[in-house]
Design a protein around this ligand. Structure first.
Ligand SMILES: Nc1ncnc2c1ncn2[C@@H]1O[C@H](COP(=O)(O)OP(=O)(O)OP(=O)(O)O)[C@@H](O)[C@H]1O
Ligand SMILES: [Mg+2]
Length: 314
């Protein structure tokens, strides 16, 4: 069977000739997968999701969902997807149930089908007992759960969640993450964006690490971490490293990469502890002071740092 979602070289420029918000993103998602778009603010996550959900026309590139083209067949695409947007759009004075009825009607549901869908999805997000309360009385996490219910009313094949846990209390956050896993076990395909590494690691089968509109790496969490070897060593010396020193560091046995960082270097290696003496010696013989030396076990955080030179959250 072909992948449920296929994105090929998607590009988006919001203004003609302007900078690309997304500059050539490609990936595929299999049916039943939980797929993560992991990246910092401005990486292009929302723009990518908007193109895949037929809300935004790509400047170039193509994407298909269940074989339907997002540009040429947006109606077929929209029928099959649910979208939980980053910005909340609920009516505060209406009850949760009335909000869901409203969204259900927008999706073409009515009568008993609508009533059943509303009850079923209120239960799914654990809010059956609060259905008749006004949204204004809900916490951020509860509102988010109502939004997720709204995205599920028409039983989509793919659910897109754009940063579903931002501004959400820890309890709702756990509820949302467990909920995604349950939905996935029931056969739903989930694509969600986040800048929380531990969330991506916890629930995604595969993760695309995105930054500045590009996919920098795409794999299972375990493989992404494994690609870093056994960890990283970061050395700070308060001065910019010259190329000969970087080259010498890269030549050390089992070093997989050595990238300059502000006032220092980040080295990834198979056995980072073993190379420490040689690293110190290279700095000393170059006459560079060392102000800090840090060993880190490989994590998705260090993968991200390695790929982008940035921390996901500052
Ligand atoms: N409507 C718009 N018009 C012009 N530029 C935009 C628009 N929306 C987003 N951008 C720009 O496109 C880039 C990608 O933004 P996008 O919202 O897709 O990132 P994101 O990964 O979702 O970020 P965040 O984590 O902050 O939600 C950013 O540089 C942003 O400023
Ligand atoms: Mg966004």
């Amino acid at each position: 069977m072909p992948p449920l979602l296929q994105a090929q070289e998607l590009v988006k420029r919001y203004t003609k000739g302007g900078a690309a918000a997304v500059s050539g993103i490609s990936f595929q998602v299999e049916r039943g997968e939980v797929f993560g778009l992991l990246g910092p603010n401005g990486a292009g996550k929302t723009t990518t999701i908007s193109m895949l959900t037929a809300l935004l026309v790509p400047t170039s590139g193509t994407a298909t969902l269940a074989g339907f083209d997002v540009v040429r067949q947006p109606r077929e695409v929209k029928k099959r997807i649910g979208l939980v947007p980053q910005e909340l759009a609920l009516y505060p004075t209406l009850s949760a149930r009335d909000n869901l009825r409203f969204f259900g009607r927008l999706n073409g549901l009515s009568g008993r089908k609508l009533a059943e869908a509303v009850d079923r999805n209120l239960a799914r997000v654990g809010l059956s007992d609060r259905g008749d309360d006004a949204i204004a009385t809900f916490s951020g996490g509860m509102k988010r759960r109502v939004n997720i219910a709204a995205g599920l009313l028409h039983e989509p094949e793919i659910l897109f969640l754009d940063e579903p846990t931002v501004g959400v209390d820890p309890q709702s956050r756990n509820f949302i993450l467990d909920g995604i896993e349950t939905l996935s076990r029931d056969g739903l395909t989930v694509i969600f964006s986040t800048h929380y590494m531990e969330e991506a690691e916890r629930i995604c089968r595969r993760i695309a690490v995105v930054d500045e509109g590009r996919v920098l790496a795409l794999d299972t969490p375990a493989e992404l971490v494994h690609s870093l070897g056994d960890g990283t060593v970061s050395v700070s010396g308060a001065v910019a490293l010259e190329e000969p020193l970087l080259a010498a560091l890269r030549r050390l046995p089992e070093v997989t990469s050595a990238e300059p960082r502000e006032g220092g270097v980040l080295i990834a290696a198979r056995q980072p502890i073993r190379i420490l003496p040689a690293v110190i010696e290279l700095f000393q013989s170059s006459g560079l002071p060392i102000t800090s030396l840090e060993y880190a076990k490989p994590t998705l955080e260090s993968v991200f740092l390695q790929l982008t030179g940035k921390r996901l959250r500052n």
